[in-house]
Design a protein around this ligand. Structure first.
Ligand SMILES: *Cc1c(COP(=O)(O)O)cnc(C)c1O
Length: 343
């Protein structure tokens, strides 16, 4: 079975299917004192527009929806170092839309690297108008006010919340689920788990909805919460998965236990480094030459390493980790990587 998404407006922003790669050097390093699974990654981070990353799949449908609705401006938001904001700015530029970003200072950092480098630098290069708001501001309310102001001037704005995790945006990861299942079939392989970080929950929700719509097991998609508490992230993911299924015209809802969200990697909060994240970023860089990011994929990979140490995944398993991008964030987190490596 494969999914038919042809009824939805869509633009092309990535080269798909994105490749799967096996991390044999990492497996060997972990086998020195453990029994690791076969570890595969899906390269959602490479070769694409604007530095790449998982938001481009969502933006294929969001920008498609905006253009079909006759919009001339794309408004979205996130934290100051939002990868989603950076990819939105690039995608909007690519499709001739003006872009406005509403960035809230949700991470307690005020050093130069955090305020100006990484995603902030790139979003500016892509020509986005940036509005900086304090941590507790109502960013979505502000975005709608901007849209109303633009409407009064004869313009038309498309507004989507942080992370682009609306049911329309989540269709991008419905498409990704279809891709993964086809790749598994072609390789004669089945992953025990498909792992990722959970921020605005749409990546996990879209994958779970896509797996369910394919008649596959939605609980193979599993995420590590990096923003909300695990119960809140679970609730949001479950709701979004069911809203996405409804948009697909599927006549059922997923039970709560179809959504698996792990805790334990968020540390002191969203965007705040943990030692486990720093170790995971260094390990993948040194064993495989690959870049994780400090806010999402570094914490998700740290979660996989913890589960391997706890024997939750063993050499009987093959696991797939989504490389969701975000490497520009490393430049904003330069101070966090000054500490000498422990190994
Ligand atoms: C946004 C993001 C995620 C999480 O995706 P959500 O759909 O927001 O849960 C993971 N990794 C990176 C690098 C991201 O930018």
């Amino acid at each position: 079975m494969s999914l038919d998404l042809a009824g939805f407006d869509r633009v092309s922003l990535i080269d798909s299917p994105t490749p799967l790669q096996r991390l044999e050097r990492l497996e060997s390093a972990l086998a020195a004192d453990g029994d690791p699974p076969a570890i595969w990654i899906k390269r959602e981070d490479i070769g694409h527009l604007g530095g790449g990353g998982n938001k481009l799949r969502k933006l294929e449908f969001l920008i498609g929806h905006a253009l079909a609705g006759g919009c001339d401006t794309f408004i979205t938001g996130g934290g100051r170092q939002s990868n989603h904001a950076r990819q939105s700015a690039a995608a909007a530029a690519r499709h001739g839309l003006a872009c406005e970003l509403v960035l809230a200072d949700v991470v307690p950092r005020d050093d130069e690297a955090y305020l100006r480098n990484g995603n902030v630098l790139l979003s500016g290069l892509f020509g986005a108008v940036v509005h900086h708001l304090p941590a507790n501001a109502d960013s979505l309310g502000f975005a709608h006010e901007r849209a109303a102001a633009l409407a009064a001037a004869g313009r038309k704005a498309y507004v989507v919340g942080a992370g682009g995790s609306s049911p329309v945006g989540n269709l991008g990861y419905v498409a990704c689920a279809d891709e993964i299942v086809a790749q598994e079939r072609a390789m004669g392989l089945r992953f025990s788990a498909i792992l990722m970080a959970n921020g605005s929950a749409g990546t996990h929700a879209g994958l779970a909805a896509g797996l369910a719509a394919l008649g596959d097991d939605p609980s193979r998609a599993r995420s590590f919460s990096v923003l909300a508490s695990a119960p809140d992230a679970h609730r949001a993911t479950h709701r979004l998965a069911n809203e996405t299924l409804a948009l697909l015209g599927e006549g059922y809802a997923l039970p709560e236990d179809a959504i698996v969200v792990f805790d334990g990697q968020r540390g002191d909060g969203y965007g705040i480094p943990t030692n486990a994240m720093i170790d995971a970023v260094r390990l993948l860089a040194r064993t495989e030459g690959l870049l994780l990011d400090p806010v999402y994929s570094g914490k998700a990979f740290a979660g996989l390493l913890a589960k391997i140490r706890e024997h939750r995944f063993t050499s009987r398993d093959a696991v797939l980790v989504l490389m969701t991008g975000g490497a520009p964030g490393l430049f904003a987190y330069e101070p966090a990587f000054r500490t000498p490596a422990a190994h």
